[in-house]
Write a protein that binds this ligand. Sequence first.
Ligand code: SF4
Length: 191
Amino acid sequence: MKRRAFLKGSAAAVGGAAALGFDLRSARAELRELKISRTSETRSTCPYCSVSCGVIIHTLGDRAKNVTAAVVHVEGDPDHPINRGTLCPKGAALKDDINNPNRIKRPLVRKPGSDKWEEASWEEAIPRIARLIKDTRDRTFVAKNAVGQTVNRCPGLAWIGGCTDTNEFNYLQWRVITALGVPYRDSQARV
Ligand code: SF4
């Protein structure tokens, strides 16, 4: 059947059903709802720029063991005070960023002398990061500058915050890096 004939036939069938007294409203509502009707909602922040729009991520899957969750839709959060449900084209395409097969989901390590990155578990990565922070701070800490003023800084370290970090998380993060004396610091979205 050609496309034009199919569309004509479909329109005639819908018209015929309505003419026969069938109420098609629930069928149409079901069609509209289908995409997100069985998803769970997670509120988050768009990671792309410092506007930091609120998003709702719709995930299919009942969070049961052995079920792989799938993000099927991302939309603007109507309750968010910054964007009130709107998203720019970049934010509206966020689903493809989340589902991108090249997205890094685990810590990577490039061991001394190696020319490649290898996956590590969080159990391996967190103590290793802590060890390196401590060693680097001990090695590079500067208590006083050249004219004897107290500076208590650690120029061997730099720190960057994640793009979806909240104000509260960034406050805690700033306290930690200030305590360490890290002078080179930033937060990607300054959310
Ligand atoms: S939706 Fe657009 S404007 Fe909003 S945070 Fe994302 S990139 Fe920025």
